[in-house]
Design a protein around this ligand. Structure first.
Ligand SMILES: *Cc1c(COP(=O)(O)O)cnc(C)c1O
Length: 375
């Protein structure tokens, strides 16, 4: 059976974890957390990066930092993971869903302005499959209407838009290091803070509402409960595991890109014949091969293709059920405008096996099996 995903592991992971144990600091913000934070700050050019317990809690932190009031609204796509909308609700605001573009599956920047009301305070974009949203347009809209911009870059670690790392373009960026992502610490994530004036508040929210980070730096002589917060620090054991991959981050990225390019080349004739659609990567975007998907005619075609691939030993995966039509979406949010593409395109999408270390042989089996079944 060819799996859909295999969690990534970097060289020396066990040794780093052993070092963390031997250091007698296994709680958060030890040596390995600092290494990961600083590596990301340098590599991506972020003002501040803080590891978190998940991509979801990185989003929670970003939304809490926006200081919403009851009745405030946040614009986001409906085609995303539940975490994007959960964070909005946790911070006391209302999610307002906007349609996606069919070519990238990202929020349609042309439909954002029509969804803005006097209550709108932020836009949360999701860089689907590690391919950037149309950020120039989105930043211009945000500036015109005084909105915060949060990037859900859970899938976008190592991707860029016009040369800028995803997660460093808006006010806050959120990465995920879940085992299904390009780089992993089991469960974990990071928040990127691009507005310097927000760094201290972010540290306080992350440390249970205390100024413990300042205390540890010797900037205050005792630490106290300063504001509302929670515990968003991951254990050093998880950070040590992640560190092993960051040391070979480019190699992991290139390995995934090779698989992606091979899929894309091998299926291009089917796309030219109109049998499937392939992912679109706009010119200004460099992606990280987070995902390779195809789109087939409709839901029934996808369901049978998934089943028959599985019978032949290849695991594929569909993706999000649009949030606005899910029970919690109906309860907490609303869709602004018309759902032209969100539901239709989501039903046609099928993801192929994609992970660091997928062998050339297995990749060819995936391609051959898919081609046989489609024929
Ligand atoms: C994975 C993912 C998340 C959540 O990340 P976790 O680390 O699993 O909490 C949020 N948004 C998107 C778009 C994701 O793909």
């Amino acid at each position: 059976m060819i799996p859909f995903n295999v969690p990534p592991a970097g060289p020396g992971a066990q040794q780093y974890i052993a070092e963390a144990i031997a250091s007698h600091t296994i709680c958060g913000d030890g040596v390995f957390t600092k290494k990961c934070n600083e590596w990301m700050e340098q590599k991506f050019g972020a003002k501040k990066v803080l590891l978190t317990t998940s991509g979801s809690t990185a989003l929670d932190m970003a939304m809490l930092l926006c200081d919403f009031e009851k009745g405030d609204e946040v614009i986001l796509p409906s085609y995303t993971f539940s975490s994007t909308a959960n964070s909005v609700i946790l911070a006391g605001a209302t999610p307002v869903f906007v349609d996606i573009r069919p070519d990238t599956m990202n929020i349609d920047e042309q439909k954002i302005e029509a969804a803005i009301t006097p209550h709108t305070k932020a836009v949360c974009v999701v860089h689907y499959a590690g391919v950037a949203c149309e950020m120039d347009t989105i930043l211009a809209i945000a500036k015109k209407h005084g909105l915060k911009v949060i990037e859900d870059a859970a899938q976008g670690v190592m991707s860029t838009y016009r040369g800028m790392a995803l997660g460093t373009i808006g006010d806050f960026g959120c990465y995920s290091f879940h085992e299904t992502k390009n780089y992993s610490m089991g469960e974990g994530g990071a928040i990127l803070i691009n507005d310097e004036t927000m760094i201290l508040r972010a540290e306080i929210i992350r440390e249970k509402g205390t100024n413990r980070s300042q205390y540890k730096r010797g900037q205050v002589d005792k630490y106290t409960w300063e504001s509302f917060g929670d515990s968003f620090l991951p254990s050093e054991l998880n950070a040590a595991y992640l560190w092993a991959q960051l040391t070979v981050a480019d190699e992991i990225n290139e390995d995934r890109l090779r698989t992606w390019e091979a899929y894309d080349a091998a299926l291009s004739d089917l796309a030219a014949d109109g049998v499937i659609e392939q992912p679109h990567v706009p010119e200004e975007c460099v992606h990280n091969a987070h995902m390779y998907y195809i789109k087939v005619r409709d839901l029934d075609t996808r369901t049978s293709l998934f089943e028959r691939m599985k019978e032949k030993g290849v695991l594929t995966a569909s993706h999000y059920i649009p949030l606005h039509s899910a029970p919690a979406g109906l309860k907490y949010g609303r869709f602004a405008g018309e759902d032209v593409y969100t539901t239709r395109e989501s039903e046609r999408l099928l993801r192929l096996p994609m992970y660091y270390g997928l062998s050339g042989e297995d990749r060819e089996t995936v391609i051959r099996t898919l081609r046989e079944l489609i024929a």
